[in-house]
Design a protein around this ligand. Structure first.
Ligand code: 3PG
Ligand code: MG
Length: 398
């Protein structure tokens, strides 16, 4: 795989790349990866990795280093064990999978077993880098976290962005720089509070923004609709109203909803109960909107079909429940079939694409959820800033 070319603008500028590392033969290299992958009980016993996308995505970097004679040690967080050793977040299943995909690459224990990781404790960084000659960050999905293993090592060791990190930054940075028009974004998922900043930033970039998923109800409430028992962030209604005021002509909201009747259950792993019905945008008391309706899905799909660039983050509904999967499915198909350059980020949207066997038809599938949103919102990430300050980083203008 050829190295990325050196750009003259955008977030890749000033980043040290693998080629900027000193001689690696016989040297020890610490690679921060994001192997925060889903695990499940194996019916045959033990715990296994159920989706190794993030592990496979780091292989080009791991093999590049190994081929140059480096002894490679990877390190990752897994879940949120909150600074204590918690066997549920043991990386052993990840290590097993890595041993198959990248034999010879070692994997340290879960970084978040130590409170020094999230606390960015300098003593923890010192222990982490002890004995290593170089550091590589290939953990795009975690580079929005100012944690010890992300921001600490570049101040202590010659450092580089791995191939995955560089590619992610190149693609997402490209969305910020020169996207083919029209640029359409589809946003979903449940939490509007987490995403207001990025929605604001995206509205400055895109021609149209389609809003689905649980977050749509706070927007619908801002328009005066009754949302029944749907997810609602009451404290954010004013902010949503402001966005609609500023850019309402470019925001596409649902015009119909698939809702679940009072007392019904839905979600992953539960056999759902209750009546599911297609409704308009005013839901009666007790009804919970759990998917965009067919008319909305068609409108979103049309927007995508006519676009030059698409960025999709977040499912349109509770797609793990077949009754509320159609909206996400229609959108996923439209993204896969779009003639434009399509980028999908976020575990749930990627899982939906995988479920439909459509991931290969998307232009770029990001390994980052929060990280891809943060990069689009801020144009930079703590992990990238740290790399630019490494002693071996290319000097400005070089
Ligand atoms: C992710 O899965 O989004 C990344 O690995 C970051 O994990 P975090 O949200 O627990 O920091
Ligand atoms: Mg996350």
């Amino acid at each position: 795989m050829p190295g990325p070319s050196r750009p003259s603008s955008g977030p890749l500028v000033g980043l040290p790349l693998l080629e900027d590392l000193p001689e690696l033969d016989g040297r020890r290299v610490l690679v921060r990866v994001d192997f925060n992958v889903p695990l499940a009980q194996d019916p045959r016993g033990g715990v296994v990795v159920t989706d190794d996308f993030r592990i496979r995505a780091a292989l080009p970097t791991l093999s590049w280093l190994s081929e140059r004679g480096a002894a490679v040690t990877a390190c990752t967080h897994l879940g949120r064990p909150k600074g204590t050793v918690d066997p549920r977040f043991d990386v052993a299943p990840v290590r097993d999978r890595l041993a198959v995909l990248a034999p010879g690459v070692a994997l340290l224990e879960n970084l978040r077993f130590d409170p020094g990781e999230e606390g960015d404790d300098p003593a923890f960084v010192d222990r982490l880098v002890d004995g290593f000659d170089a550091y590589v960050n290939d953990a795009f999905g975690a580079s929005h976290r100012p944690h010890a293993s992300i921001v600490g090592p570049p101040a202590r060791l010659p450092s580089a962005a791995g191939r995955l990190l560089a590619r992610e930054v190149e693609v997402l940075g490209g969305l910020l720089a020169t996207p083919a028009r029209p640029f359409v974004t589809l946003v979903g998922g449940s939490k509007v509070g987490d995403k207001l900043g990025v929605l604001q930033a995206l509205l400055a970039l895109v021609d149209r923004m389609a809003v689905g998923g649980g977050m749509a109800f706070t927007f619908l409430a801002a328009q005066g609709h009754t949302v029944g028992a749907s997810l609602l962030d009451a404290g954010r209604i004013d902010s949503c109203a402001k966005l609609l005021e500023q850019a309402g002509d470019r925001i596409i909201l649902p015009t119909d909803i698939v809702a679940l009747g009072p007392g019904g259950t839905a979600g992953p792993g539960v056999p759902g109960s209750g009546e599911a019905r297609i409704m308009g945008t005013d839901l009666p008391r007790g009804w919970r909107g759990l998917d965009i309706g067919p008319e909305t899905a068609g409108v979103f799909a049309d927007a995508v079909a006519g676009s030059g660039t698409v960025f999709w983050n977040g499912p349109m509904g509770v797609f793990e429940d077949e009754r509320f999967a159609a909206g996400t499915r229609t959108v996923a198909r439209a993204v896969a079939e779009s003639p434009g350059f399509t980028v999908v980020g976020g575990g749930d949207s990627v899982a939906a694409l995988d479920q439909l066997g459509l991931a290969a038809q998307v232009g770029y599938v990001s390994t980052g959820g929060g990280a891809s949103l943060d990069l689009l919102e801020h144009g930079d990430l703590p992990g990238l800033q740290a790399l630019r300050h490494a002693s071996n980083a290319p000097k400005a203008g070089a």
